[in-house]
Design a protein around this ligand. Structure first.
Ligand code: MG
Length: 218
C-alpha cells in the first residue's frame, strides 16, 4: 500500500522517509502572514502518510480544517549524504505531483504553543502522491506549472520558477542533515492559493502537460 508507482514500468518502490520543505514560494509565505525562514523549515511525514493516486483521504476527527498544498515531489533514487548541488540531480529517480495535506486548525494551535507539526502534517493520508515520472521526462524541474483543483475548480496554480530554493538546492540542503535513501520523497513547498478541502470533494493535482492524479476526500 505504501509504495510509489513508477509510471513507465508500473514497477513499485517502497516509499521511505517523506521530507517536506515549508515556505519555499514568496507568495505563499505572504498569504500565511510570515517571513521567509533561514534556514528553511523542514518537517517529516511517516511513510504511512502516503496515498496512491486514485485513493481516498480521510480527514481525521481531530480537525475541521484540512488544507491542500500542491507540491512538486522529487523521489530519491541514489543514497547520499552531503550531496553537492551540482550532483543533486543524479540522486533523483523521478518526479511526481503531491499534496501536502495540512490540518490548519491543529497546526495553528501547535504554532501558538511552539509545538511540533507532527500531527498537523503527518497523519495517515497526509501525503497523496501521483505516479512517478522518471527524471528524463522532466528536462527542467524549475520550469513546471503545478495546478490543484477541487471539484474541477482551480484553487492553486504556480510555477516552479518561483521556488526560493531550487530542487538541487533542496536536495543539497537536506543531505547536509539527513542521509537520503532510495524511495525517500522530497516535497518542495507549495505556491500560493492553499485552502480547505471538505469530505465529499475530489482533489486533482497535476504537473501541467506531464501527469495528473485524483483523490477523494472522506
Ligand atoms: Mg507544504
Amino acid at each position: 500500500m505504501h509504495d510509489l508507482i513508477i509510471r513507465q514500468t508500473h514497477m513499485t518502490v517502497p516509499v521511505g522517509t517523506i521530507y517536506c520543505l515549508g515556505k519555499n514560494y514568496e507568495k505563499h509565505i505572504r498569504e500565511m502572514g510570515g517571513a521567509g525562514p533561514t534556514p528553511p523549515v523542514i518537517f517529516i511525514k511517516p511513510r504511512t502518510a502516503l496515498v496512491r493516486p486514485g485513493g481516498i483521504v480521510h480527514r481525521p476527527a481531530i480537525s475541521s480544517e484540512m488544507h491542500h498544498e500542491v507540491e512538486l515531489v522529487a523521489v530519491i533514487g541514489k543514497k547520499g549524504k552531503g550531496i553537492p548541488e551540482d550532483e543533486a540531480m543524479d540522486h533523483i529517480q523521478g518526479f511526481a505531483i503531491g499534496v501536502d495535506l495540512t490540518l490548519r486548525d491543529v497546526q495553528a494551535v501547535a504554532k501558538q504553543r511552539g509545538e511540533p507539526w507532527a500531527v498537523a502534517k503527518g497523519f495517515d493520508g497526509s501525503a497523496p502522491v501521483s505516479e512517478v515520472l522518471v527524471r528524463t521526462e522532466i528536462p527542467d524541474p524549475q520550469d513546471l506549472t503545478l495546478r490543484l483543483s477541487v471539484n474541477g475548480k482551480v484553487r492553486q496554480e504556480g510555477s516552479t520558477r518561483d521556488m526560493i530554493l531550487t530542487v538541487p538546492g533542496v536536495i543539497a540542503y537536506l543531505s547536509t542533515i539527513f542521509t537520503l535513501e532510495p524511495g525517500d520523497c522530497v516535497f518542495t513547498g507549495t505556491p500560493e492559493g492553499v485552502g480547505p478541502v471538505e469530505p465529499g470533494e475530489t482533489i486533482r493535482a497535476e504537473i501541467v502537460g506531464h501527469i495528473a492524479a485524483e483523490w477523494n476526500v472522506a
